[in-house]
Design a protein around this ligand. Structure first.
Ligand code: PLP
Length: 393
């Protein structure tokens, strides 16, 4: 018998991909499926970005690049961070990685082992917990509560830290809730963290540029006092509709940058070269398409929230970021995963059950509004008919 390490008995996955596979299968059998399951923009990558990759290929950029990424791209990342956050970042502290996800993989590998504890948001992106479990560290959920508009609580987060805590994972704007944590809460957290100087922080800010109703995104990178232990996760996937390109970046503190570089050399050598040129074009080129995409999400957000609140026994807070709605379905009497499955199989609407994002996700489902308004309205109609005919309340 082949004996892999124990971590593989614990590693999880992202059920959104399984739902996508099932939705695709049903569609290939001729069913009309509306997909509100997967978390990726339904827009094409802006054409000047695509052209930059094509040009890079034609110009002969076919070889390895430095493991941490080409310097002009790391410089573009720093310029962008300076413009958006006001932070001074040295390109030597930036690592270009194949997708935003890779930064969490690296950070959790660096800080997780049996006997340690890692804090992560629940409900939250499922890979956090999966990777923590893989390393043998103890996953400690930071409860993300509806009554708090799905922002994290500084006080609750601080109360979970002990001398075994090695890493805290934070995510705002958040998946799956669309919650955005306000400045005051983040400032309280940063102040409280001063008492725990040996704890690293990984801030997942992949949805940084998707906030609504004037809500401000507060980057942890803006807090000088955290810079010696902050790992920033960001990337191109969501902002520039580039999920399939596999391009992300992280900012590492001086104490960790060489470890991050070595991990990159061991695992992927470098991100594919033309994609890195596309990344430069995205950051330095016109931003109008990226902005128009957010404006379109904003319109759909209003349609989704209004439609969900009109469904029998469903309530939905107004999400202030990302492109997800996380309605409360407790009063329908349905268990969330069963409802998600029934909606797909019987009503042809793909959504994700809240428990796929953590124990505290029970009683909620996640809808991604990265789909046309027309499809969103059709999906809401189908959900209304389904719930009217299948009440368990
Ligand atoms: N972080 C969060 C909170 C996400 O929702 C996602 C993708 O859904 C990622 C990171 C990973 O992004 P990427 O596709 O760039 O790996």
């Amino acid at each position: 018998m082949l004996k892999t390490i124990a971590g593989f008995d614990r590693i999880g996955e992202e059920n959104a991909f399984a739902v996508l596979a099932r939705a695709t299968q049903l569609a290939s059998e001729g069913r009309d499926i509306i997909n509100l399951g997967i978390g990726q923009p339904d827009f094409k990558t802006p054409s000047h970005i695509v052209e930059a990759a094509i040009k890079a290929l034609r110009d002969g950029h076919h070889g390895y690049t430095p493991a941490t990424g080409i310097l002009p791209l790391r410089e573009a990342v720093c310029a962008d961070l300076h413009k958006r956050v006001g932070a001074e970042v040295n390109p030597d502290n930036v690592v270009i990685v194949p997708g935003g996800k890779v930064t969490m993989f690296m950070a959790i590998l660096m800080f997780g082992e049996p006997g340690r504890e890692i804090l992560y948001p629940d409900p939250g992106f499922p890979i956090y917990r999966s990777m923590i479990e893989f390393t043998g560290a103890k996953p400690v959920p930071i409860p993300i509560r509806e009554e708090n508009d799905f922002a994290f609580s500084a006080e609750e987060t601080l109360s979970l830290i002990n001398d075994r805590t090695s890493l805290i994972i934070l995510n705002s704007p958040a998946n799956p809730t669309g919650g955005v944590t306000p400045r005051a809460e983040i400032e309280t957290l940063v102040k409280g963290l001063a008492a725990f100087p040996d704890v690293a922080i990984m801030s997942d800010e992949i949805y940084a540029q998707m906030t609504y109703d004037g809500m401000e995104h507060v980057s942890l990178l803006g807090f000088e006092e955290l810079r010696d232990r902050l790992i920033l996760l960001d990337g191109w996937s969501k902002t520039y509709a580039m999920t399939g390109w596999r391009l992300g970046y992280s900012v590492w503190p001086d104490a960790l940058i060489d470890k991050a570089r070595k991990l990159s050399v061991n695992a992927w050598s470098c991100v594919n070269a033309p994609t890195q040129f596309a990344g430069i074009a995205a950051l330095t080129g016109p931003q109008d398409e990226a902005r128009a995409m957010v404006a379109e999400f904003d319109k759909r957000r209003k349609v989704v929230v209004e439609g969900l609140n009109a469904l029998p026994n469903v309530t939905c807070r107004t999400p202030l970021g990302a492109f997800y709605a996380f309605p409360n379905i407790k009063a329908t009497g349905w268990k969330a995963k069963q409802l998600a499955s029934a909606l797909l199989e019987e009503a042809g609407v793909a959504v994700i059950g809240g428990p796929d994002f953590g124990i505290l996700g029970e009683g909620y489902i996640r809808l991604s509004y990265a789909n046309s308004t027309e499809n969103i309205l059709r999906a809401l109609k189908r959900m209304e008919e389904f719930l009217a005919a299948n009440s368990k309340a």
